[in-house]
Design a binder for this molecule. Sequence first.
Ligand code: ADP
Length: 399
Amino acid sequence: MKTLVINCGSSSLKYQLIDMSTEESMVQGLVERIGIEGSLLTQKVEGREKYIIKTEIKDHKDAIRLVLGALIDEKYGVIKSMDEIAAVGHRVVHGGEKYSESVVLTEEVLKSVEECNALAPLHNPPNIIGIKACMELMPNVPMVGVFDTAFHQTMPKEAYICPLPYELYENYGIRKYGFHGTSHKYVSNKLAEVMGRDIKDLKIVTCHLGNGCSLAAVKGGKSIDTSMGFTPLAGVMMGTRSGSIDPSVIGFLINEKGYTMQEVDELLNKKSGVLGISGVSSDFRDVRDAAEQGNERAKLALDVFHYKVRAQIAAYAGVMGGIDAIVFTAGIGENSSLTRKESLKGLEFLGFELDNERNEIRGEIQEISTDNSRVKIYVIPTNEELMIARDTVELINNM
Ligand code: ADP
């Protein structure tokens, strides 16, 4: 069963075709600059040269038409006809309180998914446009929506209710939702598998550290808390996002310093975090290099970042009454031995011992604690696409 996984953003679209008999990804592709001058598609198949198409891509329907063409291309494609695509799994950022699990997408379901748009105005609308375009071009192929928020719907009320007037929750749905759920679910389950343990017996802190960063407390296989909130702006500091700060800063900037709300929004989402403090870049590698060359603000940015992650790990170990394992994933978590080391510094009292030599690995599944360590530390590369494909196949098979 070949499953197409689509992650549709406002001007970009990532895709993979996964052969679910082996769970191998057959092809990975990216369409960029949809609706903007200079649009292009790049498709990668292992062992072959990259396939790049530069052409006008007016909208998402155009983009998906191009993707389907690239998949069946005689020279660069991986399948003979579109009939080989058994199902499509779509990433949807926000499923609100309604979706605690993935769902088969019908016209009717799509309408209720659209009701979640108000909660994620930047993210959900492009996801839905992508779904609609696929439905039009592949009317007979079953489709599934997989939500970033779903895994966190198991959080207890004490974790997700904001200390604001309760009516704001009742009337507007203002609460913590959490994001990166597909990733937290994947790495926590993979960890249990690698450890040879039943996930029901484990207390895990999962650290998804990429451009966006979030941590989750996963107890018995369920998310009981996570650091992102009503939107993906909350929690630990990120590449360009501030993470949680005193909300009074916003009023101060607007009332005392003449900022507009739009400027503040831009500042918190795009100009803060690692970029904001360092003044160098949002890319962790650039900031690390600058710090190594003596740039004090770059060093400070890393220090603040590691401090935030460390404090969050400790908090989740606290609410779970101890931990059995910590997992690092995503671009920084999988690749940066420095971040893993610094984020764990001082937390040895939780019961782990980091193995500095093992910690030097990059991008592969590896235990990085010592054999004697009671609490285990792992690096586990995330695979959100596979998780989406798995959910898709499971739901389609049960239809
Ligand atoms: P996204 O959240 O957009 O999926 P990624 O998970 O790809 O992002 O993470 C991107 C981040 O990972 C960037 O800050 C990048 O600098 C960092 N990163 C990638 N490779 C390395 C590396 N070898 N060492 C340190 N950081 C890395």
